[in-house]
Design a protein around this ligand. Sequence first.
Ligand code: FAD
Length: 528
Amino acid sequence: MIQISQLKLPCTHTQQELREKIERTLRIRPEELIEYSIEKQSIDARKKPQIFYVYTIHASVLQEKKVFKKVHSKNITIVEKKVYQFPFHAESIPADRPVIIGSGPAGLFCAYMLAEHGFAPILLERGKAIEERKKDVDSFWETGKLNPESNVQFGEGGAGTFSDGKLNTLVKDPSGRNRKVLEIFVKEGAPEEILYVNKPHIGTDLLMNVVKNMRKTIQSNGGEVRFESKVTELCITDGKICGVVINKEQFLPAKSVILAIGHSARDTFEMLWEKQICMEAKSFAVGVRVEHPQKLINYAQYQLELPKTLPAASYKVTAQLSNGRGVYSFCMCPGGYVVNASSEEGRLAVNGMSYHSRAGENANSAIIVTVTPKDYGSDHPLAGMEFQRKLEEKAFHLAQGKIPVQRYEDFCKNRATDSFGTVHPSMKGNYAPANVREILPEIVATSIEEGIRCFDQKLQGFADPDALLSGVESRTSSPVRISRDPSTMEGSVKGLYPCGEGAGYAGGITSAAMDGIRMAEAVAGELR
Ligand code: FAD
């Protein structure tokens, strides 16, 4: 297979033009190009408003070696296609079927791989199946009435379901698990472009269907999925897992338990602490969601307001401040919505989501500042979680349970917003103008204020007085890390496998899914 990198075409190009460019680059006739695939597509906007797509292509040609010798360029190489292989296959259903707690990306992919390879896992999820979950989430956004077991954080597909569905990750992938995750998503209904675009994303509307299809595949491969099944106790004898208790009443025996509970299962963290599972407080980040008109971001990035052939523009900005803190954008959602992502009564957290089209009026992203265990005011392993809770309580009370929203100018002047200016909130959930700054520790608030001013130098208009800030963005990653042995992948108890974001080993959908596959490999190795 010949790989061509850095193949550049104007963003308005056609498929035929791409094919012709490949032929020209390889100096071959049309009939010599057997087939080609796009491996990567990124956008080059350095000479805006002239914008290019830059491709990495895999081409299959007649007389490959001869063509390769003839063209001789550093952008043309011969490559082998790497295919991920799951290392084990069960000969029969194991007597002790693996039990997975949590159906977020980590638990779902773990169950998917174990089921596909004959290990008949049992997947336990405290929330509801997606069809029912969606009704609860919609009703919460309309009425403000929260179901603490079925919401944006809990239920089929986990925290990733009502999201933007961004799939990029910084995790290195020599094993091919990243590609495998994307391939499974495509097989289960995600658009094929996620296999090659530089910043792949699915969108909530498509993700709901994908997670449902994954559930069906798990079931048809011999796995079992039980909803409204909260694990309320881990049963441990002689330092080994022997089972779990579901909903405080039903004992399920198990020798291998994958703990993929996400970062919001605070009651479960408390139960784990009571069971003396080793864990420690870790740093995470807190702040606000910022909203700008998508047109403003498109113009800043492309110098075009309405790109026809380009996706809604995104950004990633960071700044190191004079007070020693770093401030950065996170989980940016082009053409998206700010969502009320709360999961506890009397506490409010925001996040961002989008649909596949990313056609919403506003762009939003979290603007956050790292907080460390030194900020938590206690050295208890769950102190970070309590720190989050306090911020979320303030956010809840500020606007009587509605999402508090503030203009950037009012945030800087530390005064409540009374009416919005040129930017109007694009939100899922009720909102009200307020003084969002009151929620945050002063060091975080001043860092956000200064950070947004710095970002304006990179993206003109970012510090517009009418840009909107809402809060509180507190669920950026897990406040704890549950210890695990890097060779066996087990936690402080034999047979317990801490996995995914909640355990502190992932940050985002793809890395959580990859960690789920990794745990499936470890458990399958033990059970085979
Ligand atoms: P989770 O997805 O949190 O799943 C954990 C599951 O465990 C939940 O379903 C929960 O109900 C269940 N559970 C918890 N405790 C128990 C128990 N005791 N018994 C049974 N079940 C239990 N990341 C991205 O990469 N891209 C994005 O665009 C993106 N957007 C996001 C938007 C929103 C609104 C939110 C909330 C998050 C977003 N994220 C995004 C983050 C991403 O969703 C998480 O990183 C990812 O879901 C973590 O996966 P996980 O499987 O480790 O945990």
